[in-house]
Design a protein around this ligand. Structure first.
Ligand code: IVH
Length: 666
């Protein structure tokens, strides 16, 4: 096969894997295999620049980002655990260990945390490195992000810790944080995380650690490694680790018999439902380090430990109907309406069917008996159909082709699983949703208008789009049911006051797909006013740090719609702020005015984020990728090879951090 054919083949394969992973939530290959294929494609594309294709999987936002983390080899490989699914298998493990050791032993029983694993290195009591599992041999250096996790000690407490050691554990996103994050993402029209595990690993791979800091991650530690550990027992080491400031679960305990192990499993299968984070089983470890060493390892996992996975809870019930919900951004979500059934302590009546592909894959018919599971996910899902009890075949479920709310033919964007109603300026739930978003606290903060008021305002024809909020008069409002003079005046006053809201929040309030608060802030700072932003091309948009193609396309599409341009004209007429006021940007100088700067590599004097802030504060623009319009690269150690090559090719100068700091001294 020629290299060119291979490029096309890799693109096809990667698109498929992407879809399986992100859309269907059922990965077809491991992350590592995926990354290897992606890397191969990246290299080939660099060799054959004429094969450039904006739709290549390498052009997706994610890929360039992960590449930025420095890869670090693990001192001790990060292995996985053998899995068991029944008490018989647990008993077999116990028996194997007993026969092998032929002496007394203890088993340390722990929760199996359902997050993403991390290895922390401490030297002289300081956190020096945090690395993801990666392929087990080497992982991504995510130290800057892990530093933001409050439960990870940066400096150890007490004394007596070894000069250097590693401690491993799990980074988690607690349920409450996960739910809040997804609610926010839903409001911003962003793709939801399927479960807290994906949310935790996605967050750890973010480029901007200030965003990570706000995500509320947590970490439990469960494995200490090193030459001179404090104790001979695993459990005892963890207790010491707790003294040093690590978060160690207090459910962990030592068992002397298999019956004690079973009792632990039974207890935890109940108690885990009250825990604030997700778990997916139990981990059993031979406690003595000497015995661990004797038992040793297979190629993939230790012989001294095993995982017992909890059964995902499942129920069978009848599918009565599939209905469709239209969200603020026009995404149409199919919902299965079920005969009520008990599942993990709640009554389930509805389950999400996600998208058309999933309905097709399940081959659903009305009246089918379906399996409903609550795995790590919050919303129950339908995992299959019991075809053995299908005596009569009901009507086949087919995804609708018109919007259930306004009748507009639905569209499906190439490469995405979701169907949209494109009628975003007149479809009722989209308009009401947009108004709710517009008035919300982080947007225009006109919070005296709640959802019921919006419903009324819309139904009475008083507000047909967000601009109408500014033409409301107290007299119009007072005649609405349950609306007093005082509330009417409050609404009008809050709308008046919202004219002071800064540009970045106005931009967020518009409710452009994928433009959340952070993206809006970046766009506002980069383009300074709405006219420049409205005329920006996709190319100019992706040149802004953290703005990928998906966002750029959504922004271009939004402003290409004349109705949206009219809306902006009306809002401007109403007196809203459509440019960055100078006192907001707190520009310390104009030293870097007009300069587009790419940051790459690892720095010693300041963090990447600090350099980003310095560039912005001095009037410069922070951009993500090297192009001919890049003024210079602020280059640290270990700069990415592809960036280096591109810079050389385009003649973009490199500036090291000392030179850069000297530049700002002027
Ligand atoms: S010990 C050599 N303990 O499960 C043993 N792992 O399938 C290393 N995990 O990658 C792992 N809770 O991410 C261990 N209490 C626990 C755990 C745990 C969750 C995860 C971990 C690991 C995976 C192994």
């Amino acid at each position: 096969m020629s290299a060119r054919e291979r490029i096309l083949q890799l693109r096809r394969e990667l698109h498929e894997h992407n879809h399986n992973y992100y859309v269907l939530n059922s990965p077809s290959i491991s992350d590592y295999e995926f990354d290897m294929l992606l890397r191969e494609l990246q290299e080939l594309e660099e060799q054959y620049p004429d094969m450039y294709d904006a739709a290549s999987p390498t052009q997706r936002v994610g890929s360039d980002i992960t590449k930025e983390f420095k890869q670090v080899a693990h001192k001790y490989p990060m292995l996985s655990l053998g899995n068991t699914y029944s008490k018989e298998e647990v008993a077999e493990f116990y028996e194997r260990v007993r026969r092998f050791l032929n002496e007394d032993f203890e088993i340390c029983c722990e929760l199996k945390f359902d997050g993403t694993s991390i290895s922390l290195t401490y030297a002289d009591g300081r956190l020096v490195r945090a690395v993801t599992r990666g392929d087990g041999e080497k992982g991504d250096d995510v130290t800057a992000n892990v530093r933001t996790i409050r439960t990870v000690p940066l400096l150890l407490h007490g004394a007596g810790y070894p000069a250097e050691f590693e401690i491993r554990g799990e980074v988690l996103m607690p349920w409450a944080v996960f739910e809040r994050l997804n609610e926010e993402r839903a409001r911003n029209g962003e793709q939801l995380f399927a479960n807290p595990r994906n949310a935790a690993s996605g967050t750890l791979k973010l480029q901007d650690s200030s965003v990570v800091a706000k995500r509320g991650l947590d970490a439990y530690l469960y494995f200490m490694l090193g030459e001179q550990l404090p104790a001979e027992g695993h459990y005892e080491n963890l207790q010491v680790a707790r003294q040093w400031g690590f978060k160690v679960s207090d459910t962990t305990c030592k068992c002397r018999t298999i019956d004690e192990v079973f009792a632990f499993i039974d207890r935890m299968d109940v108690e885990r439902k009250n825990l604030p984070f997700a778990t997916d089983g139990i981990v059993l470890k031979v406690n003595s380090l000497r015995q661990q060493k004797n038992l040793g390892y297979t190629a993939k996992s230790p012989r001294w430990a095993i995982a017992y996975k909890f059964q995902a809870e499942r129920a069978v019930t009848r599918l009565n109907e599939v209905t469709y919900q239209v969200g603020r951004t026009g995404v149409v979500t199919p919902v299965a309406n079920l005969d009520p059934v008990q599942l993990s302590g709640t009554v389930v009546k509805r389950a999400s069917l996600h998208n058309a592909d999933i309905i097709e894959k399940l081959d659903l018919h009305i009246g089918d008996m379906v399996y409903v599971e609550k795995g790590g996910e919050i919303i129950p899902k339908i995992t299959g159909v019991d075809t053995d009890v299908r005596f009569m075949l009901g009507e086949k479920v087919r995804f609708i082709d018109k919007c259930p709310e306004c009748g507009t033919p639905l569209v499906r964007v190439y490469g995405e699983a979701a169907h949209y109603c494109p009628n975003d300026t007149a479809c009722p739930p989209q308009i009401k949703g947009k108004i709710e978003h517009f008035v919300s606290r982080d947007a225009m903060n006109i919070d005296s208008i709640g959802p019921e008021t919006i419903e009324m305002l819309y139904n009475y024809g008083l507000v047909k789009n967000i601009a109408d909020i500014y033409t409301l008069k107290a007299e119009d409002l007072m005649f609405l049911p349950r609306m007093g003079a005082k509330s009417a005046e409050n609404i009008v006053a809050a709308a008046q006051a919202s004219r002071a809201v800064p540009f970045e929040r106005v931009l967020f309030a518009l409710g452009i797909r994928f433009v959340g608060a952070t993206v809006a802030k970046r766009l506002a700072r980069a383009f300074r006013d709405i006219d420049t932003l409205m005329d920006a091309t996709a190319e100019q948009l992706v040149a802004v740090d953290e703005i990928g193609e998906r966002i750029a396309a959504a922004v271009v599409m939004y402003f290409a719609n004349v109705k949206n341009r009219e809306l902006i004209a009306q809002l401007r007429e109403a007196g809203l702020c459509f440019e960055v006021k100078d006192d907001e940007s707190s520009s310390r100088s104009e030293l870097l005015k007009g300069k587009s700067i790419v940051i790459s590599g690892v720095f010693t004097h300041h963090s990447r984020d600090e350099y980003k802030a310095m560039i912005e504060e001095n009037g410069g623009k922070n951009v993500g990728s090297v192009s001919k319009s890049t003024s210079f690269i602020l280059a640290g150690e270990n700069m990415g090879p592809s960036k280096l090559e591109k810079a050389e090719k385009l003649g973009v100068p490199l500036v090291n951090e000392d030179e850069f700091l000297a530049m700002l001294e002027q």
